[in-house]
Design a protein around this ligand. Structure first.
Ligand code: ADP
Ligand code: ZN
Length: 806
């Protein structure tokens, strides 16, 4: 037998190896193996088995890693799709589906942790008379039945030698066993029961449950193992049951994907929890994706409390970057062994080996952190939908501010829209006031941070003992160091970006590459040397400082990437806020999401239009989402909430629609703009970025690439398939690449300098491609890239469905 192996060294190729007799029957698709490659030994994943190879003199596989297939065939298939759709090397896609901690396989590094356990043995014969120390130790063991040796030694204030004496007497046994690291073992979580749902929640849950029941019947397979398309299987199912009369139900099979659009505080999580319970009842598992930033102890606790509050239960596994490598290793294996059935995690948890998979939930589906910004540049929400389709699992996307993509798919009938239009318990949406900062700035020196209205509102809250959240999407003290005389701005030497002034450490810092520099005492411009160099712009540090001056008695805390450096900072700051030890919390987007503090009655957004000037067609959408999310932090208790939005463009539609909590209004006007410019969701985008230290070479390479693209993609002969494209997730089969496979609707723009032309001392030029038929484009792109000749020091990155245009 032959195994085809994808190696973990970037080669974009698979290699055949012999399966030696000693490993026969143990290797299957998905096994991790070690193989010889030249003089080296490298790791790889078996992607397929075959009877024979076209090549002679194959080398044998050296060994198999791990007892269980690491990548299940289903996840393997998903990785394949990622490589194709996101146009990256298969080995890179494969690598990303296993956590680093699981892939590394030196037993010592991050394997199972073994520890010594002491266990009482059943009594036989007369109980011996023990010396006092041994007696005391024995009492503890007897009471606990089983205890970690280290713990026992600590508890009994004794030594291992004393415990060994008990072992010699045959009273206890000491064994080395795997001890599972449970990152939440120390927490005591009170179990919760399902809440009675309100009518909107019930209706949503009912539809999800029905789809889950239906999907159970859908697991029909063709004889050769391929899955039927949902349409086809429904057609078959329908005709078997004599229900095939309604053609519309055949053309539009009820979708397995839902968009749960619920305003902030409408009880989406309770719907998730009860849908998860249904998956368990069906004997299936589930994955819950949460943005990294919302994966707080508070969030984890809500899920654990419902499904695994007992000490020994492992039903809920958590995967996120704050776990130690060992913890991640153990959590992953709990899932692989089927002991954990519900997985909660950030982006990469979408690859968790849950089987069978009944449900995937993507909370805050509009979040841009679901997009991975390095290869493979996948979008976890879209991977979730693909995985759902492949495994017949129901997918629920949830958000108070759905992405235009998902809402558009509802309008097109591809997803089913579920709505929770009101907050639970009839709590009111907060009252949003927009403050025109152009007026507030009148008669002031410079631009004020606080308008009189916001100042007044904060004063009231302090008097009433209520809490305030202030939001500014920029950390640091001020944006730039600028000389008012000559106009000099302190720029990063590596990036085309101004440095940010950080006051506590008296440094200028680049937020792109991390470069840090001392603050000059005079203007560094040789001809100027003005000592009155000034700071322009505003960051969270300055907000904090100004607050201290305005409200000397208020207890203020700041929460941003600079103050949240250690693992525990986040928990501690939020804990103090929750228990009322803090009056005002100042922060960046870190505080915008998911927090639930009933005593917060005021939210202030310092400069709402900061992000409007970004070179990104989603700028308006981002502002709308941000304002709605931040505003949603107010008034989650009994007192109605109030929100002040300070803006220099108060009549911008994104701000006005957010103010009126009008998502559909925003959607309608925004989709029109996207339609006109053929931006997503009307089309899909691939962004090609060329990068190198020599600007001319980068520019030249970009122009060369553009010509190649035109030659290969923009043929005049349109093919018929492109008409129905745009939404196909899997590539249409049987197409030939090359000049003939023109993409009728393709728009090629650029090359143009990237908005941030220079980053980390590399120049970047971009070409943007827009088409409805992205799968097709990806396929062709892969071929073009394979033969593309670029100078050695220029690299090309392909980003399919980009969210970051910087
Ligand atoms: P969302 O995720 O939509 O912002 P949450 O799920 O956080 O909203 O719900 C807000 C609060 O309302 C939570 O404290 C939750 O326990 C509570 N809640 C949810 N559903 C109900 C219900 N049916 N009855 C009473 N309280 C509920
Ligand atoms: Zn820099």
């Amino acid at each position: 037998m032959i195994a085809r192996v994808s190696l973990e060294i970037a080669l974009r190729k698979e290699f055949d190896y012999l399966i030696p007799p000693g490993l026969a029957g143990q290797i299957e698709a998905g096994s991790r193996v070690q193989v010889p490659f030249g003089a080296r030994k490298v790791f790889g994943t078996v992607t397929a088995l075959a009877e024979e190879s076209a090549l002679a003199h194959l080398k044998p596989i050296l060994k198999i890693i791990g007892a269980q297939t690491m990548v299940t065939p289903k996840v393997l298939k998903l990785a394949r799709w990622i490589a194709e759709y996101y146009c990256c090397a298969p080995e890179i896609a494969l690598k990303s589906v296993l956590p680093e901690a699981v892939r590394k396989k030196k037993e010592t590094e991050a394997g199972w942790k073994k520890q010594l356990f002491v266990r009482a043995l059943p009594a036989s014969g007369e109980f011996p008379k023990l010396p006092k120390r041994q007696r005391e130790v024995w009492n503890i063991i007897e009471e606990r039945r089983e205890v970690l040796l280290t713990e026992l030694v600590e508890l009994a204030e004794t030594t291992a030698a004393t415990v060994r004496k008990l072992e010699d007497r045959g009273l206890v046994e000491i064994t080395s066993e795997i001890s599972e690291r449970d990152p939440y073992a120390r927490e005591y979580i009170l179990p919760t029961q399902p809440l009675p749902l309100n009518p909107a929640q019930s209706a949503a849950l009912e539809k999800i449950r029905r789809a889950m029941n239906r999907s159970e019947d859908r697991g029909l397979k063709m004889e050769d193992g391929r899955h039927l398309t949902p349409t086809l299987s429904l057609l078959l199912a329908g005709s078997q049951r004599g229900e095939g009369e309604n053609p519309s139900s055949i053309l539009h099979p009820p979708s397995l994907t839902f968009l749960l659009h619920g305003v902030t505080g409408s009880g989406k999580t309770e719907v998730y929890l009860q849908a998860l319970a249904h998956a368990l009842e069906q004997g299936k598992g589930a994955i819950v994706l949460v943005p990294e930033i919302s994966l707080t102890p508070q969030t984890v606790e809500r899920f654990k409390a419902r499904f695994s509050s007992g000490k020994l239960q492992t039903l809920v596994a958590i995967l996120h970057s704050h776990l130690s490598a060992g913890e991640r290793h153990d959590e992953w294996h709990k899932i692989r062994q089927g002991r954990a059935r519900i997985v909660i995690g950030a982006r990469s948890a979408i690859f968790a080996p849950v089987e069978p998979l009944g449900l995937i939930i993507v909370d805050e589906e509009h979040e841009h952190t679901y997009k991975q910004e390095e290869a493979p540049r996948y979008h976890a929400r879209d991977v979730a939908i693909m995985r759902g389709q492949m495994e017949n699992a129901v997918v629920v996307l949830g958000s108070a501010t759905p992405s235009l993509e998902s809402y558009y798919n509802c309008k097109k009938g591809k997803y089913t829209l579920l709505e929770l239009p009101e907050r639970v318990d009839n709590r009111k949406m907060p009252h949003v006031r927009v403050v025109d900062m152009r007026q507030a700035a009148r008669g002031e020196k410079g631009i004020p941070i606080f308008s009189p209205q916001l100042k007044e509102a904060i004063t009231q809250r302090l008097e009433r003992g209520e809490q305030t959240i202030l939001f500014l999407n920029r950390r640091g003290y001020s944006t730039a160091l600028q000389c008012p005389k000559c106009g000099y701005v302190a720029n990063c030497p590596n990036c085309s970006l101004a440095l940010t002034y950080h006051r506590p450490e008296q440094k200028l810092r680049c937020h792109i590459c991390g470069f840090a520099d001392a603050v000059p005492a005079v203007c560094p411009n040789e001809k100027c040397k003005n000592p009155a160099i000034r700071y322009a712009g505003l960051g969270t540090q300055k907000v904090e400082e100004t607050l201290a001056k305005l409200f000397p008695n208020a207890r203020v805390r700041r929460m941003d990437a600079d103050t949240m450096k250690r693992k525990d900072d986040y928990r501690k700051t939020l804990g103090d806020f929750r228990t009322g030890k803090t009056d005002i919390l100042v922060g960046t987007q870190m505080i915008a999401k998911g927090l639930h503090f009933p005593n917060v009655t005021l939210v202030g957004i310092i400069y709402a239009d900061l992000a409007l000037h970004q070179p990104d067609f989603r700028a308006g959408e981002r502002i709308f989402q941000l304002l709605t999310q931040v505003a949603g932090r107010a008034g989650r208790g009994d007192v109605e909430g109030e929100v002040f939005v300070q803006a220099f463009t108060p009549f911008h539609p994104a701000i006005q629609y957010a103010r009126h909590h009008d998502f559909t209004g925003f959607y309608e006007q925004e989709i029109e703009f996207r339609e006109q410019l053929k931006y997503p969701p009307i089309s899909r985008v691939a962004l090609l970025t060329l990068r190198g230290r020599n600007e001319d070479k980068v520019k030249f390479s970009a122009e060369h690439l553009k010509r190649e693209l035109e030659k290969n993609l923009a043929s005049e002969e349109p093919l018929s398939w492109s008409r129905e494209g745009g939404t196909t997730l899997s590539p249409p089969s049987g197409e030939r690449a090359g000049a003939r496979s023109a993409l009728k609707d393709l728009i090629i723009s650029g090359p143009a300098p990237a908005p941030l032309l220079r980053a980390e001392s590399f120049y970047r030029y971009q070409i943007m491609l827009r088409t409805r038929a992205m799968s097709k484009l990806s396929q062709t792109l892969a071929k073009i890239i394979e033969t593309l000749a670029l100078p050695e020091d220029v690299t090309l990155a392909v980003d399919v469905d980009p969210v970051n245009f910087g």
